[in-house]
Design a protein around this ligand. Sequence first.
Ligand SMILES: Nc1ccn([C@@H]2O[C@H](COP(=O)(O)OP(=O)(O)OP(=O)(O)O)[C@@H](O)[C@H]2O)c(=O)n1
Ligand SMILES: C[C@](O)(CO)[C@H](O)COP(=O)(O)O
Length: 229
Amino acid sequence: MSRGITAVVPAAGVGRRMASVVPKQYLSLAGRTVLEHTVLGLLEHPAIDRVVVAIGAEDAWFGELGLARHPRIRRAPGGRERADSVLNALALVESRRVLVHDAARPCLHPADLDALLAVADHPQGAILACRVRDTMKRGDGRGAIAESVPREELWHALTPQCFDTGVLRRVLADALAAGQAVTDEASAMEWAGFHPLLVEGRADNIKITRPEDLALAEFFLQQRQESNR
Ligand SMILES: Nc1ccn([C@@H]2O[C@H](COP(=O)(O)OP(=O)(O)OP(=O)(O)O)[C@@H](O)[C@H]2O)c(=O)n1
Ligand SMILES: C[C@](O)(CO)[C@H](O)COP(=O)(O)O
């Protein structure tokens, strides 16, 4: 068994909110696809030795990429929801700890990955997150403000999120079986009584979700390339 950590990359979404011609993980970004930036960025880190990518059954693009023939990348079947895709991919993970990172987050900075991996063995698990910066409002459901929400301890959950593989596999399966809404791995762990660490990360670790996000991601990656010169 290898000594490194395996990363799971859920990449089986259809990108409804992006409304693009191809699923957003296959859009071109700074010379290669969003998915290639995300997966190869993970494999560049010495602590990450394998990546399991969850790919949709109807996916006609993954097989065209070099990733499909990469010796350290395996393919798992995508599921109905993101959590189902992650659970399918976890079946192929042998490392004791696992890191789950959205395919749609190609701007992960190596320093943030280092910071998360520094606490990878914490029993509660850990996620990258960034503090909210705006005043937060709760809507009344009728297009008006119901109340302002104290923001002191409000965070945006990001990815990667890192947990004990066996615990996450069990908790995720139990949460889904119980009908829990699971939009990130931490919410399943919280449901099971865990309190994952919040590791403060960069706000440029955006999830490409809507059309305007692609240009922003391109800007961040170009900035990154210039600072690396
Ligand atoms: N059944 C699904 C749904 C989503 N994802 C992945 O989970 C990540 C975060 O999900 P999101 O940004 O919501 O992607 P989509 O579901 O594709 O977007 P939308 O909700 O707009 O359709 C993405 O990398 C997406 O490919 C997945 O692997 N399996
Ligand atoms: C996992 C995640 O990126 C953390 O913020 C987010 O929950 C994904 O949500 P989505 O609706 O699947 O994009």
